[in-house]
Design a binder for this molecule. Structure first.
Ligand code: FAD
Length: 250
């Protein structure tokens, strides 16, 4: 497979860097072709703005997503965006690797998503979920945390991790059309010992060996929804994001 790893960590001696190094060794041993966008090393600009476009449809007032659509058809993206977009459409498999920051991606990776998941290619004009612009591809997040797994169990102090990550797994990756594999998570990295961290590196290599065979997470296909955008009455909700109103807790 052609694999793009988008990587957000500032420190070459970090545990994230060790995970990245292990993934590169493992994926090349398995015969995959790999490209890495090391966002800090690239000094990637995460702030979406007017300089992202070489030509504008609406020069008087910036409408960012509409300009993305125009830029795609007029070859008008700034060079750094076009280079990343080329890598994104090149890949069969996208890995987003990052330390969990405020239950999300660090800002540099959020900016990569904002600027590179462009309207007119990734989404827009009906491109979403199983009709998303990146359909046919797979994606997965590789995450390190400060928290313990018990804290993000369904009844944990911080709430279910699947709920916390819904905006990324569904709102970003599945929305763009990816089949999404469950995240690989290395837990409480600061509060564990060297031996456990070494085992995480081994476990990650095993996960990477299963990329082509692992069953993706379930997301409701567009066909499960009516013209009112809601699940059809005869379709039972099967995700953490969709649920029956009367099942909501107070
Ligand atoms: P590092 O600090 O780089 O490494 C941890 C340890 O691993 C170090 O002792 C290092 O020496 C060691 N190590 C390095 N290489 C190896 C190797 N090859 N083998 C074995 N050990 C090695 N956590 C949450 O759970 N939820 C949050 O919402 C959250 N929000 C945060 C927000 C911010 C702004 C910040 C700064 C942190 C937040 N955290 C949160 C914690 C964060 O997720 C962790 O700090 C991070 O995941 C740790 O990963 P790291 O790669 O930076 O670890």
């Amino acid at each position: 497979m052609k694999i793009l790893i988008v990587y957000a960590h500032h420190e070459p001696k970090s545990f994230n860097a060790a995970l990245l190094e292990r993934s590169l060794k493992t994926l090349s041993r398995l015969g995959h072709e790999v490209k890495v966008s090391d966002l800090h090393a690239m000094n990637f600009n995460p702030v979406a703005g007017k300089d992202d476009f070489k030509a504008r449809r609406f020069p008087d007032a910036l409408q960012y997503d509409r300009e993305q659509k125009y830029a795609h058809t007029h070859d008008a993206f700034a060079d750094d965006i076009q280079a990343e977009l080329d890598k994104l459409v090149w890949c069969d498999f996208l890995i987003l690797q990052f330390p969990l920051w405020w239950f999300s991606v660090p800002a540099i990776m959020k900016g990569w998503i904002d600027r590179v998941f462009v309207n007119g290619v990734v989404y827009g004009t009906g491109r979403r979920m199983d009709a998303g612009g990146l359909k046919g591809r797979k994606a997965m997040m590789t995450i390190t945390t400060g928290c313990y797994p018990e804290m993000v169990g369904p009844d944990g102090l911080l709430g279910d991790l699947d709920v916390n990550l819904w905006h990324l797994n569904s709102g970003t990756l599945a929305y763009a059309g990816f089949k999404v594999l469950a995240p690989f998570t290395a837990w409480s990295i600061h509060y564990t010992d060297h031996e456990r961290r070494t085992r995480y590196l081994e476990e990650y290599a095993v996960r990477l060996e299963q990329l082509e065979t692992a069953e993706p997470m379930f997301f409701h296909p567009l066909a499960d929804f009516g013209s009112d955008w809601r699940l059809k009455p005869d379709v039972a909700p099967r995700t953490v994001g969709q649920h029956k109103k009367d099942s909501l807790c107070e």
